[in-house]
Design a protein around this ligand. Structure first.
Ligand code: IMP
Length: 176
């Protein structure tokens, strides 16, 4: 199996520091309240896992899987819920945790779908955002890092199902 060695774009240490800051802001905003954390599979699993360890609130963890990019680097333009939440979010504070906002299509669609279920509040945490690719404006309440228009892998993000296990965000370069 072909295995490229990625260049590090954001180190494990920098991710950890940024997550501390995001969790602090979330703890302050929701002080004294409960939070339903919705981890968007598969890409957000590592970010969500590290983030909730730093949240000092009563958290209920939910998972949701959407139709994905498929095997390549471009969106199919079609967002569908493949695996839904296990419980109701009616009247609850919801925090969606996503790996990356690229064109914004996925999150725009998801926010619309979840807003119809009458949550008390709905906020979004995304580890990464590619502003140059954004077509659908998405309100990211807690953002890890803005990045250039590069296809990134690692720390949960994949290329054709690979590289999710890397502890850092990397860039694949043909030739190394
Ligand atoms: P959007 O709908 O265009 O915002 O795409 C969001 C989804 O595309 C993310 O949840 C990822 O699954 C995938 N994606 C977008 N850019 C990248 C990337 O650079 N690396 C890996 N996955 C990506």
């Amino acid at each position: 199996m072909e295995q490229f060695s990625p260049d590090v774009l954001i180190s494990e240490e920098d991710i950890a520091l940024r997550i501390d800051a995001l969790a602090k802001a979330i703890n302050e905003e929701f002080e004294g309240q409960e939070l339903v954390v919705v981890c968007v599979l598969k890409g957000a699993f590592m970010f969500c896992s590290d983030l909730i360890k730093k949240i000092n609130l009563p958290v209920t963890l939910e998972f949701l899987q959407l139709s994905s990019y498929g095997e390549g680097m471009t969106s199919t333009g079609n967002v569908k819920i493949e695996m839904d939440l296990s419980g109701s979010i009616d009247g609850k504070n919801v925090l969606i945790v996503e790996d990356i906002v690229d064109t914004g299509l996925t999150l725009t669609s998801l926010l619309d779908m979840l807003a119809m279920r009458s949550p008390k509040t709905i906020k979004l945490a995304s580890l990464l955002f590619k502003p140059s690719r954004n077509k659908y404006p998405v309100p990211i309440d807690y953002l890890g890092f803005e990045i250039e228009d590069k296809f990134v892998i690692g720390y949960g993000l994949d290329y054709a199902g690979r590289y999710r296990e890397l502890p850092y965000i990397g860039v694949l370069n043909a030739g190394n």
